[in-house]
Design a protein around this ligand. Structure first.
Ligand SMILES: *Cc1c(COP(=O)(O)O)cnc(C)c1O
Length: 458
């Protein structure tokens, strides 16, 4: 089925406001043409991120009322631990307030200056935490994973030959951990196959290097495995997940994605010596090991969310909804990245706005047009986010791809909302020649896209 219907019905609603074009133009002016500066209340369909934006179920909301807010040994912690062990298997589990603090704890205890950390593609916070600990992040995704037109079923796979070469070049002593991100967020939410996970596992064993998964979208990855890897066509999602984690020594997790909650995460592993070091640091920066920066009720919502996310009807709807949006856009001639990944559709801004040179930020210009014309908030992943002004020559350097990401929150928007988005973008595509380029008025020295201010090129 192309577009499986929502396997839930709506019991509580949150009104969203349609604004006028004039109001949106005003908002954009105030925001310096940066949608991060626009109040969420002034957005009609918010596709800025799928992180922490999920709708919780009645079962999760009921779980919040069962919160045990004891400082030590809250009953929700034991349920959290039981739920994670059931799926992930790991014996040592550390709750954290989100994914990046799990990364920070792990890297603080395993990395030393001058180390190298391989991954398919490091997510921004992962990369930043590796760098913060003096090590070098190395991206080793297969070449197909970087080609916006290549229809490979597992574009998130790691290139095993490149991995072995890196280890042989640097020596296993310089590589204290191997990471693999499922699904590969920075590569477009593309999945990794079990076959590839087994190969990475074999290399890790051979060189005695611990192997951790960045597990934020593990359930979405498992759904793609069931769909695309024949060996698993008849295996349940939970069994695929157990198989996947059986090859890893541990994982970091942001529960704000496939935990189906608004805040939370964890670090998990088998190694008790490593656990003790990380738990001691946890007490210093997050909290006691049975709450780790979260309330008891948050732990309960995660314990329940992790089980709900494995429901195959939910995943068929989830992946199907994202895929259906991609299909509607594609059929209207809107250029998108293919195949569509698990959590987002990416517009190819260079092909959408061929009249704009990269120096005029085509992806940001398109992001501004989506808000101005339709009240849709997306995020630019292109020259504004990754471009840099060379401090010596004053020259701008631009990334390979100019993308606009439409990230779909889980269980939040209906199929009619998605039709609205597809229709609005198709209309904007018809009038694309009228979209003007942008120039920078202000930029911060680091992560400039969050605070940049821009104006139209006249
Ligand atoms: C979101 C994300 C993280 C970081 O998690 P936060 O909860 O935002 O700190 C790490 N890795 C990947 C792949 C992510 O998508």
């Amino acid at each position: 089925m192309d577009f499986p219907a929502e396997p839930f019905r709506i019991k509580v609603i949150e009104p969203i406001k349609k604004t006028t074009r004039e109001q949106r133009i005003q908002q954009l002016e105030k925001a310096g043409l940066n949608v991060f500066n626009i109040p969420a209340e002034m957005v009609f369909i918010d596709l800025l991120t799928d992180s922490g934006t999920s709708a919780m179920s009645d079962n999760q909301w009921a779980g919040l009322m069962m919160g045990d807010e004891s400082y030590a040994g809250s009953k929700n912690y034991y349920h959290f631990e039981e739920s994670i062990r059931d799926i992930f298997g790991f014996s040592c589990i550390i709750p954290t307030h989100q994914g990046r603090s799990a990364e920070n704890l792990l890297f603080s205890v395993v990395l030393k200056k001058g180390d190298f950390v391989p991954n398919n593609i490091h997510f921004d916070t992962t990369r930043a935490n590796v760098l913060h600990n003096g090590a070098v992040p190395v991206d080793l995704v297969i070449d197909e994973g970087l080609d916006p037109h290549c229809e490979h079923p597992f574009k998130g796979n790691m290139d095993i030959a490149k991995l072995e070469r890196l280890i042989e070049e640097k020596g296993a002593g310089q590589i204290p951990i191997i990471l693999l991100t499922v699904t590969n967020n920075s590569g477009g939410g593309q999945p990794v196959s079990i076959e590839n996970i087994r190969q990475v596992h074999r290399v890790a064993r051979k060189f005695k290097i611990p192997f951790f998964l960045d597990a934020c979208r593990f359930a979405e990855n498992c759904f793609f495995i069931k769909e695309r890897e024949p060996e698993f066509a008849k295996t349940s999602i939970v069994e695929i997940a157990r198989e996947m984690f059986s090859y890893a020594d541990g994982c970091t997790m942001s529960a704000k994605k496939d935990g189906l909650v608004n805040i939370g995460g964890f670090l998990a592993m088998y190694d008790t010596a490593l656990y003790e070091k990380a738990a001691n640091l946890l007490i210093l920066v997050e909290g006691f090991p049975t709450y780790g920066g979260l309330a008891g009720r948050d732990l309960e919502a995660i314990a329940r969310g992790l089980q709900e996310v494995l429901d195959e009807d939910y995943l068929a709807f989830r992946i199907g909804q994202v895929r259906h949006l991609g299909k509607m856009l594609s059929e209207s001639g809107v250029p998108i990245l293919k195949p569509v990944g698990g959590h987002a559709v990416y517009l190819n801004a260079r092909e959408f706005l061929p009249h704009l040179p990269q120096s005029q930020f085509p992806a940001q210009a398109l992001t501004v047009a989506l808000y101005r014309e339709a009240g849709i908030r997306a995020v630019e992943i292109g020259g504004l986010m990754f471009g840099m002004t060379d401090s010596e020559t004053g020259q701008e350097r631009y990334p390979e791809l100019e993308l606009v990401r439409l990230a779909i929150p889980r269980r939040v928007y209906t199929s009619m909302h998605m039709q609205y988005v597809a229709h609005a973008i198709a209309q904007i595509h018809k009038q694309r020649d009228s979209i003007k380029g942008l120039r920078l008025l202000y930029q911060a020295p680091l992560l400039r896209h969050f605070t940049a201010r821009l104006a139209e090129v006249s």
